[in-house]
Write a protein that binds this ligand. Structure first.
Ligand code: NAD
Length: 362
């Protein structure tokens, strides 16, 4: 059951919230996009862990990105979109986007084409992992389809460029409703809207107004406040414990996600999900880190924990808890962790340690 901005129930479901328990009669079909850079190594490590979770998967592996572009003239062939829409769930490694020139981001195109409007990025401290704070527990809800990422830009003469920032009431209310419904379903206490409405009075002003409209329907249930994005960044670095669920337009959501990843151990441990009414695509917050590609060095935790979000999404709560628990336990022990967590294990050794523990049931 979902709620409209007045708080009254409606029949339109909020996707991915309160998934029904799955009847495990047959293997779960999942589209697997390995990506490029460090993506294929992380995708393989994650596939092995999900296969050891106790849930049966039927993997449909499809490529996208620069290599596909070179062969087929498009980095995102229709068969990839068809597979995701057929299976309803996908997990993907990062895909490199050429800087300045070349094709548009495949990651952004996937989110826009499939209407994956909610980018959910939980940020949680991992016990035993030495960071500035021990008790960070935030959830970022990023609008995923518009803002400056709409990709409408052009040169204005030879020496000036213009990018158009699109903010609509419909998309802003939809993401705010998602944030509040997430808060209700997950026992959260507060939603903070993040904006720059003091300067961008119309676009960010509309985002903030939309969040306020939705918040009114949850009064007495979920607290609401707003913060200007620059102040928000400082507050998150100094006092992350004051915040709970953050709802942001696309660009701020992208940037603040990396900041929050830094609070809990870096990009190697920050998972994410792109959720829409027709499908969901699970991926880490980080990119393809090309300098580590093929070195069996990168940390697969973020993609594995994205796999945990996938398990929750399909109603496999117990398997999700097992995977998340084992990943966190192996990190807490600190013996078999990757370079970014202070260890010397490779991607595959880290995965071995997790798979072994999942298979032994310890
Ligand atoms: P990045 O996230 O790839 O890497 C930045 C740095 O973070 C790396 O150099 C590394 O030090 C660290 N890092 C990232 N992931 C790690 C991991 N799993 N384990 C250990 N360390 C890790 O960011 P970037 O260098 O700005 O981007 C590289 C490419 O990735 C760009 O083409 C960008 O467009 C793309 N990208 C893709 C996605 C996606 O597929 N969703 C997201 C972000 C960036």
């Amino acid at each position: 059951m979902a709620f409209d901005h007045t708080g009254e129930s409606r029949n339109e479901a909020i996707p991915g919230i309160a998934a029904a328990a799955r009847i495990p009669a047959m293997a779960q079909p999942v589209t697997l996009i390995p990506g490029d850079g460090i993506g294929p190594e992380l995708a393989e490590a994650t596939r092995r862990v999900l296969d050891a979770s106790g849930v049966q998967f039927d993997w449909e592996v499809l490529d996208a990105g620069a290599a596909v572009m070179a062969k087929e003239g498009t980095p995102l062939p229709q068969r990839v979109l068809d597979s995701i829409l057929r299976n309803k769930v996908a997990i993907k490694g990062p895909i490199t986007t050429p800087v300045g020139v070349g094709f548009r981001s495949v990651n952004v195109a996937l989110r826009q084409t499939l209407g994956l409007y909610a980018n959910l990025r939980p940020v949680r401290s991992i016990p035993g992992l030495k960071t500035r704070y021990d008790d960070v527990d935030l959830v970022i809800v990023r609008e995923n389809t518009e803002d400056l990422y709409a990709g409408i830009e052009h040169m204005v003469g030879p020496d000036a460029a213009e990018s158009i920032k699109i903010i609509t009431r419909a998309a802003s209310e939809r993401i705010a409703r998602y944030a509040f419904e997430y808060a209700v379903a997950n026992g959260r206490r507060k939603v903070t809207a993040v904006h720059k409405a003091n300067i961008m009075k119309l676009s960010d002003g509309l985002f903030l107004e939309s969040c306020r409209t939705i918040a009114a329907g949850y009064e007495g249930k979920i607290a609401f406040e707003d913060r200007i994005v620059d102040n928000m960044c400082m507050q998150l670095v100094q006092k992350p414990e004051l915040y709970d669920v953050l709802v942001l337009p696309n660009l701020y959501g992208d940037i603040v996600s990396d900041l929050c990843a830094g609070l809990v151990g870096g990009l190697g441990v920050a998972p994410g999900a792109n959720i829409g009414p027709d499908a969901a695509v699970f991926e880490a917050v980080h990119g393809s880190a090309p300098k580590y590609a093929g070195l069996n060095k990168a940390n697969p935790t973020a993609l594995m924990l994205s796999g945990g979000l996938l398990l929750r999404h399909i109603g496999e709560q117990a398997a999700a808890e097992r995977v998340e628990g084992v990943v966190r336990a192996v990190i807490a022990e600190g013996r078999t962790v990757t370079y970014d967590l202070g260890g010397s294990a490779g991607t595959s050794e880290f995965a071995d340690a997790i798979v072994a523990r999942l298979e032994s049931g310890a």
